[in-house]
Every structure is written in C-alpha cells, then in structure tokens.
Design a protein around this ligand. Structure first.
Ligand code: NAD
Length: 430
C-alpha cells in the first residue's frame, strides 16, 4: 500500500448531497405518491431486501494485515436476479450502496430487463494498492459475498474504481469454490473468459443513443452541438470519444484533478490518446485551457454530461448551470433540491436510470450469452442496444407528456410502476 488506501472522499459534499440514500428515498416517495402505490407496497419497495456488510483481512505486500469493509446490498428481485456494479472508492458506505442498489432496480425496469437491483463496494482507494494487494482484496471480498451472489441470484459488474480485471478475479474466486467455471456470475469480464463484445463501451454508447434522441426531441441535432463531459473514466472517456465521432463539438472534459477546455472542440483521436496516456487530463492534452470541475459544470454548452460521481449538481451551482440539456452519465449526480431548481429554470434533465442504462443492457446480453455459451458479434450487440435504449426513451417521453412531469419523474414512474406490478402479480400479500 503506497499511501493510505482508506481515506475520505476528494470533494467536500454540499449540505444536501451528504446522503445518496436520502436522495433515492426522496425520489421514491414522490413517485410512490404519484403512482398511488398502496402504503404496504411502498413500504416494501422503499427499503433493501438484503444487506451484507463484511470486514475482511487483506495481507499487504509489506507483510502487514489491513482490515477492509465491503458491502453487497440487494434491493429487490421481483423481476429477476439482482444486478448491479461493485465500486471501490474511499467514500463507499452502506447508505451509498443502498441508494445505488435501489436505482439499479428502477433502471433495470425502465429498460425492461428481467433483473432486480443490487450494488456492492469496498471502502478503499484502489490507486493506493499494488496490483498484488488489489487482487488479494478482490478475491477476499469475492469469497465473502459469494454466499449471496450467483448467476441466478445476483450478478455483479464493474463500477467506479473497478474494471474487467477485477471481474475476472471475482469470477475465478467464485468458480474455484463451485468447482467449475461459472462465467455468468459477473458481467463486464474480459472476452477470453465469457465477456461480451461491446460491453466496455456500452454505457457511453447508450449515452450517445439517448443524447441523440433527447437532442432530436428538442428539435436539434447532435452534430455541431457543444458538449461538456465531467469524468474521464469508463463512462466519461467513451462518451466523449463517441460524441466527437458522431460530430458533436466536445469542448470540455475533466477528471478528478480538473479539466481542459477548447472552444473548437477535441477530436476523437485526441481523446483516445489522452485516455491511453494514463496522465491527468491537464497534462495529457495540449493547446487547451485548464478549467476546474466546477467551471466545467457551469459552461454554456448545448449538452452537459456529468459522468463522474453523485452529488455534483447541488443548490450551490444549480442556478449557475447554463447547459441547454443535461444527460446524466453518473448515478445520482443531481440532488433533489438542484433538480427542482433546474426544472424551474427550464433545463431538461435526462435522468441517470435511463441515460446510463446502456451498461446494464449489455451486461444483460453478456449474461444471456454466458448462460447459452453462444456469443454474438459486436454489430448485433449494438443494434440490440440501440433498439432497447430508443424504445425506453420513447416510453419515458410518452409518459412525461401524458403526466406533465419531468423526465426523471416519468422514468421513475415507469421503473417503480413495473417493479410494483411484478411484485403484486407474484402475489406476495396473501
Ligand atoms: P471510473 O472510476 O472509471 O471513472 C470515474 C471518473 O471520474 C474518473 O475520470 C475520475 O478521475 C473522475 N472523478 C472521480 N472523482 C471526481 C470528482 N470528485 N470530480 C470530478 N471527477 C471525478 O468510473 P465509471 O465507471 O466511469 O463511473 C462513473 C459514474 O458512472 C459513476 O457514478 C458510476 O456509478 C456510473 N455508471 C457507471 C457504469 C459503468 O458501466 N462503468 C454504468 C452506469 C453508471
């Protein structure tokens, strides 16, 4: 371990962004009221079904032993096995994982996948571990949560701070215990062990498809539109690249250390080279102005894509947002209070559970392929992804127009409504 692997989050939270779970429950309560859900159904759906907290020892390279805390929360499984990513970040805690698990339930339902929602995580800064320590931690965490995961029960995937290499270690650890290979236990795996074509780019590609639909619904085209993307990880970097390839003018991108801005836009090749350099964006891109993350969020762009982490658009900056449209790449980047400000200022927001669902859609494809041991070409994956994302967008838009609500409310109504329907159809209440 190079520096402290367990430390507090980089950014100070705003007063109202302290708990992502508070946001998730507030959103749920508003939707339950709109849908006139019975109090008993609402009471069941507003809390997670199962929560596992594990404190586990990891042997470090210097011979010392460090105890880490990990979580796996299964929010609901009325529509199928639970599905959701695993996050490695110093700020991971039970409330955050609960919120993310709940959002996964609604997200899977919005895009009509046969999954419920789950999420997991470990409170750790993965960048502070050596590769060997990261593998030790992952295998130990996987062994601890293996009592509740499995292809028919709960299928993890990558999220912030985790990647396909980590999914491979989880799959291997689970398979060692099972005594045979179980590729369907995780998605987002390398191709060589049952991963899917198109999975790495799926969340960003889904964001592209949704952005195209959203811009079109406002009577514009993505080509020539100016775009700012916060976050340059799996989601942000792919989104920025695909946006540039689709003809948008990507004027600003950022990572945890800050951002870069160029009015004429960055090319897809520049963005790819910046990502593969492994350097902070401020060092990886030449001929651009440096900006802070706060400045990026307040740029006068056609399209703003927060794709870093939750709680980025708050009461502190919502009134300063000058974007024509926000498409949420991250989970929970906007607090409910900020949402209300954006709505009253007429800034449309395509919510996370619709906008960033491309990842879980292709995870679903990967799981199906693993169960059948029959693998698809990338074109097939992308065509099916496009069909699901555009259909979900149209369904949410139709509901939005019918109910005269924000797009977030419409997406939540669609997702929560589908889960409640499955729950009642199964006849849980005798
Ligand atoms: P990642 O770890 O690959 O990248 C995160 C990026 O955000 C990095 O560029 C990092 O430098 C930046 N960042 C971290 N803290 C920041 C801060 N305080 N301010 C600005 N930038 C910061 O993570 P990811 O997989 O790209 O996930 C990003 C978001 O998208 C998360 O909210 C995640 O839950 C959500 N998401 C991810 C997927 C997926 O398939 N990976 C799918 C759906 C949603």
């Amino acid at each position: 371990m190079t520096t402290s692997a367990v430390q507090s989050s980089e950014s100070a939270p705003s007063p109202e962004s302290a708990s992502a779970y508070r946001t998730a429950v507030a959103q749920f309560d508003a939707v339950a009221e709109r849908l006139h859900l019975s109090p008993s159904v609402a009471e069941v759906l507003r809390q997670p079904k199962r929560e596992l907290v594990v404190n586990f020892p990891v042997k470090m390279d210097d011979g010392s032993v460090h105890v880490f805390t990990g979580y796996r929360v299964q929010h609901d499984q009325a529509r199928g096995p639970c599905k959701g990513g695993i996050r490695y970040h110093p700020s991971v805690g039970l409330d955050e994982v609960r919120a993310l698990a709940m959002w996964m339930t609604w997200k899977c339902a919005v895009v009509n996948l046969p999954f419920g929602g789950a999420k997991g995580g470990v409170a750790v800064d993965p960048r502070a571990l050596t590769p060997n320590e990261l593998e030790n931690l992952t295998r130990r965490y996987a062994a601890e949560i293996s009592i509740i995961i499995g292809p028919e029960r709960d299928i993890p995937a990558p999220d912030m701070g985790t990647d396909m290499r980590i999914m491979a270690w989880i799959m291997d650890t689970y398979s060692m215990n099972a005594g045979h290979s179980v590729p369907g236990v995780v998605t987002g795996k390398p191709l060589s062990i049952g991963g899917s074509q198109g999975r790495v780019e799926a969340t960003g590609r889904g964001l592209l498809y949704i952005s195209q639909e959203a811009v079109r619904s406002l009577g514009r085209t993505l080509e020539g539109s100016s775009v700012a993307v916060q976050g340059f990880g799996n989601v942000g970097s792919v989104t920025a690249k695909l946006m540039a390839q689709a003809g948008a003018r990507v004027v600003a991108v950022s990572d945890v250390d800050g951002g870069v801005y160029r009015a004429s836009g960055f090319t897809a090749d520049e963005l790819i080279a910046a990502k593969s350099s492994g350097l902070p964006l401020s060092q990886a891109v030449a001929g651009a102005d440096r900006i802070t993350n706060a400045e990026l969020l307040e740029l006068p762009v056609d399209l703003l894509i927060p794709a870093a982490m939750e709680g980025q658009i708050t009461t502190r900056n919502a009134n300063k947002i000058r974007a024509g449209l926000i498409v949420e790449g991250a989970n929970g980047p906007t607090t409910p209070e900020a949402d209300a400000i954006l709505a009253s200022n007429g800034v449309p927001v395509v919510p996370d559970i619709l906008a960033n669902a491309g990842g879980v859609v292709v995870s679903y494809f990967e799981w199906v392929q693993d169960l059948q041991s029959f693998f698809w070409e990338e074109d097939e994956v992308n065509v099916k992804l496009h069909r699901i994302m555009t259909r979900a967008f149209a369904e949410v838009r139709a509901l939005q127009e019918r109910e005269r609500v924000t797009m977030r409310d419409a997406a939540n109504m669609l997702g929560v409504g589908r889960v409640a329907e499955a729950f009642l159809t199964r006849g849980v209440f005798p």
